[in-house]
Design a binder for this molecule. Structure first.
Ligand SMILES: Cc1cc2nc3c(=O)[nH]c(=O)nc-3n(C[C@H](O)[C@H](O)[C@H](O)COP(=O)(O)OP(=O)(O)OC[C@H]3O[C@@H](n4cnc5c(N)ncnc54)[C@H](O)[C@@H]3O)c2cc1C
Length: 598
């Protein structure tokens, strides 16, 4: 592939110049207008650039950045270590949930949201408390304004559509200034993950056709090149062609190497969630010991390698101890990537017990406070916990995060989606887990259920009597609409929201009522997912060095930049904010880099 019709002689001259200057042959893809080799005013020898901007990573953040650059009329190379079949990275697998504020979807459901309320929730959730939170805080303010402003229309103009029922994630349960969403804000993309990748992949492919964008798959970046304090290129290995299916692990066999030059490089290489060693190394003390057993909520390519490489080039990594892992992970009975786990997006009714059978304290109910739950669970000395629920609850309340686990929404089938509300059983993928999943137990009575739970973990930590006493106590609270049990109060609160009543919260009932059975227990594992820290950047996504000065030519976006600034979330997330963070930081990076190279 070339950048159109570059004059071949100039290219040859450029190569000879590079050889003379460095002793290395550097093959510029083509020479092009204004990018010929010359001696700059400083006396430095400048070699031909292969592009105006190089983007590392063809995930969502990289695609957004690249399309902005191409649309600005600049030439961009997008590199990815995976094959073309994995374009879109993690976003393809995602549920496509997006944080939006005061959207038409919310208003139609009677939700009164505002930028002030969202900012209050964001700040209460983030808990920014460090000097290095300066830029993350600025990003948070800008991001909430984006989510309440142009985000929806910008996406809509590209053909993106939203499922009309808005979800209510991370509900908190503390006070108005504490963690959590005061109102439902989780907008599911119609088409889930593929539906959010599609507009950017389409735009990128159009740019590729016109010659402004070149994809180079199976190109793994191993180093950033720095000259006179500015990043001006990358080098790395060409990996052998692969035909593995999307998401599966691909080989790391090297068949060649490459060096590319550009005045701007954007690191959009994702986080560390697929690399359990790095997760454990960076595990924050405040969450206890790192779990011994974890499952992976991300493909293996989320290896964090590029983070170390960017650090080596001088990038300032901040908040590396902030991460977002889930506690409702189940082992995928039909795995795609190694240690593949799926997160249950739980409705509010399941009873939650720790490994020794103690009910989790208020407000740690399903869907309330992910890191609060993680903290509690790690404090028990075990790295798993249990849901106990009924068939009526699983049918209405279990959703599985992942595009492949939601064929109705992913396939944009209204017929199948309506069945969520009308079906006798749970959605087919949930029923499949119930049947085949290693963490699921289904029994007709509690005594048998507890025996099977102990058998699964190979211990006798759970006492049938103690669990029965707690369930019966909760069940007695179901008779009245005004109660003492905070979780049951939450159910009544949730059902006052029409979205929850329709598809998310089962009618309150006794867990031990056989009419709602059978009983189900789910062993919940810790599932790695998101990296909240990242490279410190300004609002143009320009990376700071360890000396607190901007590194010329270096940008970071998406998860590698902590979704903006080096950690736009602070300690915790309101959910649906990761894809959005990739959109916003990718867009800022692309626009700023295109402007800088003008
Ligand atoms: C199952 C699942 C469900 C999710 N659901 C949601 C949701 O509903 N809402 C939400 O907001 N977020 C969700 N997320 C999170 C969100 O999808 C990710 O945080 C986001 O897509 C990350 O995008 P990225 O572009 O920063 O990184 P990635 O998608 O990880 O892309 C990075 C790319 O860089 C490449 N790369 C890495 N290192 C190199 C190198 N050295 N050289 C060349 N290439 C390299 C990788 O191969 C990869 O293709 C979900 C994630 C998963 C996995």
């Amino acid at each position: 592939m070339t950048w159109g019709k570059g004059p071949k002689l100039e290219q040859l001259a450029a190569t000879i110049w590079c050889f003379a200057a460095t002793g290395k042959v550097h093959l510029a893809l083509t020479a092009h207008n204004g990018a010929v080799l010359n001696r700059g005013g400083t006396g430095d020898i400048q070699m031909a650039d292969d592009a105006d901007v190089i983007v590392i990573g063809a995930g969502l953040a990289g695609l957004v950045a690249a399309t902005e650059i191409a649309d600005a009329g600049k030439r961009v190379i997008v590199l990815d270590q995976e094959g073309e079949q994995s374009i879109g990275g993690q976003a393809f697998w995602s549920f496509g949930g997006l944080f939006l504020v005061d959207s038409p979807e919310q208003r139609r459901l009677g939700i009164k949201d505002s930028v002030e309320l969202a900012l209050q929730d964001w700040m209460g959730t983030a808990g920014f408390d460090r000097d290095e939170d300066h830029w993350p805080r600025k990003w948070a303010e800008a991001y909430v304004a984006f989510a309440a402003g142009e985000k929806r229309d910008w996406l809509r103009a590209m053909g993106h559509r939203i499922f009309p029922v808005v979800g209510w994630a991370e509900r908190g349960g503390y006070d108005a200034m504490g963690h959590g969403n005061s109102v439902p804000r989780f907008h599911v993309t119609w088409g889930t993950g593929p539906g959010i990748v599609e507009p950017f992949e389409r735009r990128a492919r159009e740019a590729a056709k016109s010659g402004r964008l070149i994809f180079k798959f199976r190109h793994r970046v191993d180093a950033l090149s720095v000259s006179n304090g500015a990043v001006d290129g990358v080098s790395g290995a060409i990996l052998e062609t692969t035909s593995v299916e999307r998401g599966k692990s691909s080989s790391r066999n090297v068949v060649g190497d490459f060096t590319l030059r550009a005045p701007a490089v954007i690191v959009a290489s994702g986080g560390i969630g697929g690399n359990h060693d790095l997760v454990r190394q960076n595990w924050p003390k405040r969450l206890g010991e790192p779990p011994k057993f974890m499952i992976s909520g991300v493909p293996e390519h989320v290896d964090g390698r590029m983070i170390g490489i960017t650090e080596q080039a001088g990038g300032r990594l901040i908040n590396r101890d902030r991460m977002w892992h889930y506690v409702e992970g189940i082992q995928n009975w039909n795995p795609i990537w190694p240690r593949h786990g799926i997160r249950i997006l739980p409705g509010p009714s399941s009873m939650w017990f720790d490994a020794s059978g103690q009910r989790l304290p208020a407000p740690l109910f399903p869907g309330s406070d992910t890191l609060g739950q993680l903290h509690y669970i790690m404090g028990t000395g075990y790295d798993y916990s249990w849901f106990i629920l009924t068939q009526s609850i699983i049918k209405k309340e279990f959703a599985l995060s992942g595009s492949e686990q939601n064929p109705d929404l992913t396939g944009k089938s209204w017929r199948m989606t309506v069945k969520r509300a009308t079906n006798k059983g749970a959605p087919a993928p949930v029923e499949a887990f119930k049947q085949h999943g290693a963490d699921f137990i289904v029994r007709d009575n509690l005594a048998d259920l507890v025996v099977a739970m102990n058998k699964l973990t190979g211990n006798d930590l759970l006492q049938h009597d103690a669990i029965r006493t707690q369930i019966e106590a909760r069940d007695r609270e179901i008779t009245n609409p005004y109660v003492k049990d905070a979780q049951v109060m939450n159910l009544h609160n949730a059902r006052r929201y029409i979205g929850d009543r329709l598809i998310r919260t089962a009618k309150p009932h006794r867990i031990l009522d056989p009419a709602h059975g059978p009983l189900i227990a789910v062993k919940l594992n810790i599932l790695t997912r998101k990296t909240l820290g990242g490279f410190e950047t300004d609002l143009d996504s320009r990376v700071f060095g360890r000396d607190h000065q901007i590194i010329r030519g270096l940008y970071a976006a998406g998860e590698a930049a902590g979704f903006g600034g080096g950690g736009v979330h602070g300690y915790r997330s309101l959910e649906g904010t990761f894809l959005g963070g990739c959109l916003f930081s990718g867009r800022n990076a692309g626009r700023a880099a295109a402007k800088a190279v003008s």
